[in-house]
Design a protein around this ligand. Structure first.
Ligand code: GTQ
Length: 347
């Protein structure tokens, strides 16, 4: 009887009538709903900066930063067209600000990170304090903080925007508002947060109000020094090379509650052991050249290129010159939910 045409016709008829009640049979989708291991519906992909940059510059001739509010070209996962997602939980884009331009003040519940790809001297203001940005700086715009960007330098500035837009959308927890003025009032001198929070010291009676870091610029000069020191101090990790995570000094956790950020130094000629983890990650190449095998694809990369590694896809990085990679993922969220797993292949 099982599998007979009569039986399958009866089932189809049953499903159809059941659908009328907004119900469905679990047994037809159980395997997909509870997979034996992650089976992401998005794919590895890479963006070559030599191909991307002309489009960025062309966008600068078509719309001003002010009119666009944020003049950004979204890095969209090729398997999720129209979604504005690079992974199902993360958004990434490349933002351009030309000399003299302003991206007006607004705030939203989505948190943002900036990783500076090209240029020097533009600022981001966060809740009344500006920071001047340089290549390789990692800057955060925590949830619900006022932020505007401006470029007082003589060159275009490009940075990688990483936001938790898809996560916030999944929770339907998005709120946003525009500032009364394009540029918010400056209420603290440049360097205030750095002086108060970035030296392994905290103001004596200061208590954190939220999970996000009180430091909002992690300058590359310091990051690079830490990586160089780490490389001198001991051998590279088999799977990661010399890898560090950015940290909120007040909590030991990630600087942003929803996104983890990482930076790793790969010595010249180093090849990482195959590694996978449940957090899909977006990479920005800061220095050097090499290639990454991600699942069954291999991408060559150099300074300013970007690529995405899906959840649970095995990855092997090979550096043909000494290389530095910045990356971000939803790892802190997965850790909070006791979901995060890695597979070091026994290393
Ligand atoms: O700078 O506020 O790439 O709100 C996307 C949404 C940047 C920003 C993006 C945003 C921003």
């Amino acid at each position: 009887m099982d599998g007979s045409p009569t039986r399958s016709n009866a089932r189809r008829d049953f499903y159809e009538r059941l659908g009328g009640l907004s119900m469905a049979p679990l047994w037809e989708s159980l395997h997909q709903l509870v997979p034996p291991q992650p089976a992401p519906k998005y794919v590895p992909a890479a963006w070559d900066y030599d191909k991307v940059r002309p489009f960025l510059m062309e966008s600068g001739t078509l719309i001003t930063a002010k009119e666009a509010v944020r003049r950004v070209l979204i890095l969209e996962n090729p398997a999720m067209p129209g979604s504005a997602c690079i992974t199902p939980t993360l958004y990434a884009g490349l933002q351009l600000i030309l000399p003299g331009e302003i991206a007006p003040s607004h705030r939203h519940t989505q948190s943002a990170l900036r990783f500076i790809v090209e240029g020097e001297g533009a600022y981001t203001a966060v809740d009344g304090e500006r920071t001047i940005m340089r290549e390789g700086d990692f800057v955060i715009t925590p949830t619900w903080t006022w932020h505007d960007h401006g470029n007082d330098s003589s060159k275009p500035m490009v940075w990688l925007d990483g936001l938790d837009i898809p996560l916030v959308a999944m929770f339907n927890a998005g709120f946003a508002e525009n500032g009364a003025e394009d540029e918010q009032a400056v209420t603290a001198p440049v360097g205030t947060s750095d002086a108060r929070f970035a030296s392994g010291l905290l103001p004596v009676d200061w208590k954190p109000a939220k999970q996000t870091s009180p430091i909002f610029n992690y300058p590359y000069a310091r990051t690079r020094e830490a990586l160089a020191g780490l490389a001198k101090a001991g051998p590279p990790d088999a799977c990661h090379g010399h890898k560090l995570r950015y940290v909120n000094p007040a909590s030991g956790g990630a600087p942003i509650a929803t996104m983890g950020t990482f930076v790793q130094l790969l010595p010249k000629g180093f090849e990482t052991a195959p590694y996978r983890s449940t957090d899909g990650a977006v990479f920005s190449v800061v220095e050097g050249e090499g290639e990454s095998a991600i699942g069954d694809r291999t991408f060559r990369w150099k300074k300013r290129d970007h690529f995405v590694v899906p959840s649970w896809a095995p990855v092997v990085h090979k550096a043909s010159s000494e290389a530095v990679l910045f990356s971000f993922s939803d790892r802190p969220v997965q850790e909070r939910l006791d979901l995060w797993r890695e597979d070091r292949g026994g290393r």
